[in-house]
Design a protein around this ligand. Structure first.
Ligand code: CP
Length: 308
């Protein structure tokens, strides 16, 4: 039995197979309509979510399976003091696979260690968000045709943004990737990631101004300032609108630069960018459903034959 805690739990070859499956699902949805008939997905979300939870639920329903779960710790027995270890033992009696989001780093890993069903980390604190990374990689691969030879700018809250940490970890395994980290001083990429890049001799720059980097980027990954992880509201208010991507800044970019964002967006991308053909963030949400369908099939070891 396999779990997914970190994007690195899959080799590059396994990721290629997963993305091939997701792409087949995209083009042949009906072939997979009954693949998970009789199977149940539990979504155990101790932290708010729109995309990840509903994307998982949509993925399982598209596969002909069913979904159960909770979307708020307050409506679960966690509010009475039940541990994650006990909860997953209980969920293992009800469901075949579980997607878990938790504000504490490592909580899904604790759950996996006690679980008799596959557990997927759907985001743990400021640590990792592996299925967002699978979504990001599939989006890049599908829209640009490759996962190598590009310069990616990551902009915004690079300190608390778990999607950023997961994506950097995943991209360093592909050839000729160069990173430009664009953030205010207070929200820089954590030191452990910088050390990892230095050890692997991966080229990167840390800058403050977005405008200066725009002409050099093949991909721009915008992020929201993570209000819920700040220790004080004053700092959040000072930093929340530090970057706002708008039409004027888009005019500085390459013709085919893609703009990604894990969403939700607050102010960091002006709505006037949405109509720009380079804005890929809503397509990214759709790719998230395909890749989660592929992930559920892979972890449940369900194969769909050509004639089905
Ligand atoms: N991208 C993402 O994790 O969105 P939600 O918080 O809405 O799930």
């Amino acid at each position: 039995m396999r779990h997914l805690m970190n994007p690195l739990d899959f080799t590059v070859e396994e990721l290629d197979s997963l993305f091939d499956l997701a792409t087949d699902i995209e083009h042949n949805m009906e072939k997979y309509a009954y693949a998970c008939q009789g199977k149940k997905l539990a979504t155990c979300f101790y932290e708010p979510s729109t995309r990840t939870r509903l994307s998982f639920e949509s993925a399982m329903l598209n596969l002909g399976g069913s979904v159960i779960g909770f979307s708020d710790a307050g409506s679960s027995s966690a509010s009475k003091g039940e541990s994650v270890s006990d909860t997953i033992r209980v969920i293992s009696c009800f469901a075949d696979i579980c997607a878990m989001r938790h504000p504490k780093e490592g909580a899904p890993m604790v759950a996996a260690s006690k679980s008799s069903i596959p557990v997927i980390n759907a985001g743990d604190g400021g640590h990792q968000h592996p299925t967002q990374t699978l979504t990001d990689l599939l989006t890049i691969r599908s829209l640009s045709g490759k996962l190598e030879n590009f310069t990616i700018g990551l902009c915004g809250d690079l300190k608390f943004g778990r999607t950023v940490h997961s994506l950097i970890n995943a991209l360093v395994r592909y050839p000729n990737i160069r990173f430009i980290f664009i953030s205010p001083e207070e929200l820089k990429v954590p030191d452990y990631i910088i050390e990892m890049l230095k050890e692997k001799d991966i080229p990167f720059e840390e800058v403050i101004r977005l405008e200066d980097s725009m002409p050099h980027l093949d991909l721009l990954y915008m992020t929201r300032v993570q209000r819920e992880r700040f220790f004080n509201e004053e700092d959040y208010i000072r930093l929340k609108d530090f970057y706002i991507l708008n039409k004027e800044k888009m005019n500085l970019a390459k013709e085919h630069m893609l703009v990604l964002h894990p969403l939700p967006r607050v102010n960091e991308i002006s709505v006037d960018v949405d109509e720009d053909p380079r804005a890929a963030y809503f397509k990214q949400v759709q790719y998230g459903v395909y890749v989660r369908m592929a992930l559920i099939l892979t972890l449940l070891e369900i194969q769909v034959d050509e004639e089905e």
